[in-house]
Write a protein that binds this ligand. Sequence first.
Ligand code: HEC
Ligand code: HEC
Ligand code: HEC
Ligand code: HEC
Length: 131
Amino acid sequence: MKKMLVYGAILAFCCAPYLVVDATASNKGPAEITLQSTIDPATTPKPAQFPHGTHQARLECKTCHHGKGADGKRIAFAEGQKIEKCETCHNSKAGMPDKVNTFKNAAHVQCQDCHKKDKPELAKCGVCHKK
Ligand code: HEC
Ligand code: HEC
Ligand code: HEC
Ligand code: HEC
């Protein structure tokens, strides 16, 4: 018992700094996410299911994630970039182009366009908006 405590203490001491680094630099986020607009929600909220993990297994982070520069322009994703929620930038108060001016619009452009290209059945509402 005493030995385990000692090992535990050593582990916590040597690995804690790396765990902290991991949370920022290589955090992959949750494997399953329920997406729901909070800034511009529909009158009847319509959450979308998103299997983040299975998408990560096939696609690069930069396919979906990006940032915004001081000039308001899009910055391509680079390893270690802070990953923020889409709605932080894509909301009706942020002055984005109409096509991507809400979470719904930005998500539909990104998610649906790729799904449509892959196969039409994947673009049906119920694929993401499960009943
Ligand atoms: C490939 C995934 C996907 C498909 C297919 C899809 N959506 Fe969405 N939709 C989303 C995501 C992601 C959001 C943003 C998160 C949210 O608020 O639900 C969203 C948001 C919405 C919203 C706003 C919901 C809210 O609570 O604010 C509506 C309404 C909506 N979609 C309707 C539709 C309809 C109708 C279809 C079929 C013609 C459709 N969607 C197909 C992913 C999808
Ligand atoms: C198919 C698109 C897609 C791909 C590919 C993808 N992500 Fe995501 N990721 C998302 C979406 C959408 C969210 C939810 C954002 C939100 O809640 O607004 C998200 C959320 C996250 C979050 C949590 C952000 C937060 O504040 O809640 C992290 C961290 C993250 N992703 C990291 C990654 C990394 C690292 C990769 C590459 C290994 C990756 N993602 C690949 C679409 C993607
Ligand atoms: C830090 C701010 C920021 C975040 C977070 C962000 N975006 Fe964007 N996004 C932008 C900017 C800026 C543009 C360029 C808008 C323009 O054309 O003027 C853009 C453009 C887009 C476009 C237009 C097509 C393209 O690829 O250029 C889509 C679609 C999009 N974003 C979806 C998303 C999704 C989905 C998420 C979450 C996974 C997300 N964005 C997160 C700032 C952001
Ligand atoms: C660059 C392409 C791409 C983007 C972007 C993308 N997806 Fe997908 N997604 C796919 C492909 C391809 C599949 C089918 C995988 C398979 O058949 O195993 C899929 C499958 C899914 C499924 C599971 C369908 C099922 O029932 O098997 C859901 C749900 C889903 N995506 C939601 C989303 C949402 C929500 C977004 C946006 C936040 C998104 N996807 C963005 C390519 C993409």
